[in-house]
Write a protein that binds this ligand. Structure first.
Ligand code: PHE
Length: 530
């Protein structure tokens, strides 16, 4: 017997004896299904007051930055009674977790100021905007009482538009029907002609043909397994009552046209482990998460406090910061957790080993841009029957996101671009008004003139130009050249934290996991120190 048969026989007998639930748990134990606990720091223990003798409680920790990593560090250490002070240069908490609403004002590094004029209840999640089901971020939402709702990440009614192909925008469902249909036809033909006989038994071939018949909605053997299009593509005349059978959209373009249109190039995004058709978002804006942490931390967070110097010493750390009025203040603490972006931290004068500063300069910041376009009318719902989801393009706006909140409301806010790298640099270098003009001109190609005429307001962010942040996220040219390992260790009494020190870059889960890692190591050290 092969090990598989043994395992299957065993599971069957467990199933018979204990029922499906017991069988499922056994499969989990055997590693046959994913365990949710395995997905998010399974062994994390929040520091507890009982871990420390009375004399060691209330150690002082100064935390640089009130982004997710800094806030979570203070929140977790606070559980064991550490005396935390969080210094935040900006006048708000959250860092890149930033929700722009009517009245939000921001000035870029180049001096450009924008004020959002969005109507009440309209918002732009300028940073993180979608939460995967596997991420620890959701556990914090539960613990903090942050209500969640569905975020529509992929929508069959959203569009694909490749300008370079010259093909008109089409619904995802149409593109999928054609690509899956033709791929199925080709594979079925190859199987039928014996091209895969080396690889497959005749049973395998039968089973795969059965799968392809459903997957691609292709014809039978007599038709040569031809893909001829079905109602999966959509209708040019919707079906209705009585004699209204509807008119199926078609005929499908020829195989070679479908390949030339390249509509299939976006399908795989959803397959990424961190992505899915449906995801989650906090009700009312992503900043509900940092705001909930901020409420619990209260006066431990000092806003408008820009760090100007950090000195690490044998018995403690000293941090100098400038407050809102430009006055210098000093915070002395037993330890420091530096939760700033690495390239920003690298510029803070410190007495740390020059190797540490060099390592902080090593990760490369990525430019990232987003624009919120507020419309007087939810034409994407009313005219195009698009309720949330994302339209994919080959233009420099990259993606258009339709809102997953406020369905059927009066107004609505579309993300008119979300791009990275060179495209984000291009937009970021324009004035806010020119960014809007450029994004709208491209959107008109997809949705027509209403994309311009129904526009009420816009607000854009170029993360590379946001003071104290200066990038959307970072990438490591290498994680094995020493810098990543070095910064995941304390430099004297200074610990580093942030998504950039995790394998979840550009996710809040990375900031949270990294904060927990620093908290755990710091707490262990305090327990062990004499
Ligand atoms: N988390 C960000 C997003 O969902 C950036 C990202 C995109 C990260 C794709 C990984 C993969 O858009």
């Amino acid at each position: 017997m092969t090990p598989n048969v043994t395992r299957r026989t065993l599971l069957r007998s467990i199933g018979v004896a204990g029922g499906a639930g017991v069988m499922f748990e056994s499969m989990r134990a055997l590693g046959l299904v994913a365990s949710p606990e395995a997905l998010a720091t399974p062994d994390y223990q929040p520091p507890a007051p009982g871990d420390l003798p009375a004399g060691k409680r209330g150690k002082k920790v100064v935390i640089l930055g009130a982004g997710m990593a800094g806030l979570v560090t203070a929140y977790e250490l606070g559980k064991a009674g550490y005396d935390c002070t969080v210094l935040e240069a900006k006048d708000r908490v959250g860092g890149r977790n930033w929700t722009v609403r009517g009245g939000t004002t921001a000035t870029d590094l180049d001096g450009t100021t924008q004020t959002a004029r969005f109507a009440k209840d309209q918002y732009l999640n300028a940073g993180p905007a979608r939460l995967p089901q596997s991420h620890i971020t959701l556990d914090y939402c539960r613990e903090l009482g942050v209500p969640l709702e569905i975020f529509v990440n992929q929508n069959a009614n959203a569009l694909i538009y490749n300008e370079q192909s010259g093909v008109a925008p089409q619904q995802y469902r149409t593109a999928k029907s054609d690509v899956y249909g033709y791929v199925s036809e080709l594979l079925a033909k190859a199987i039928d002609q014996g091209a895969l006989d080396q690889r497959m038994s005749s049973e395998d071939k039968d089973r795969l043909l059965t799968f392809l018949s459903g997957f691609g909605a292709i014809g039978d053997r007599a038709s040569g397994y031809a893909y001829a299009g079905t109602s999966r593509r959509g209708y040019s005349v919707e079906p209705g009552a009585a004699d209204q059978a509807g008119v199926v959209l078609g005929p499908p373009p020829a195989l070679s046209s479908v390949l030339a249109s390249q509509v299939g190039r976006y399908f795989s995004f959803e397959f990424g482990y961190d992505q899915a058709m449906t995801m989650l978002q906090p009700v009312g804006g992503m900043d509900a998460i940092p705001m909930a942490l901020y409420r619990r931390l209260g006066n431990k967070v000092r806003l408008g406090a820009a760090v100007t110097k950090l000195t690490d010493g044998p018995r403690g750390v000293e941090v100098v910061y400038k407050d809102k009025r430009g006055k210098e203040n000093v915070v002395r603490a037993d330890y420091c957790v530096a939760a700033l972006p690495p390239h920003v931290m690298a510029r803070v004068p410190t007495n740390l080993d020059p190797k540490v500063t060099a390592a902080l300069r090593y990760p490369v910041a990525t430019p990232v841009g987003k624009i919120g376009l507020e419309y007087r009318r939810r034409w994407w719902e009313q005219d195009d029957r698009i309720y949330g989801g994302i339209t994919e393009t080959d233009m420099d706006l990259a993606h258009v996101w339709y809102p997953s909140y406020g369905f059927h409301g009066e107004r609505g806010l579309v993300v008119g671009y979300y791009n990275t790298g060179a495209n984000a640099t291009t937009y970021g270098n324009l004035s806010p008004a020119d960014r809007t003009t450029r994004a709208v001109a491209q959107g008109v190609k997809i949705h027509g003139e209403k994309y311009r005429t129904e526009l009420a307001n816009a607000f854009s962010v170029a993360w590379q130009k946001v003071p104290h942040i200066e990038g959307g996220w970072v990438s490591w040219p290498s994680r094995s050249s020493g810098e990543y390992t070095l910064l995941n260790q304390p430099a004297g009494r200074v610990y580093f934290a942030g998504d950039w020190l995790s394998y979840f870059i550009a996710w809040q889960a990375g900031a949270i996991d990294s904060a927990r890692y620093a908290v755990t190591n710091l707490h262990k050290r305090v327990i062990a120190e004499r």
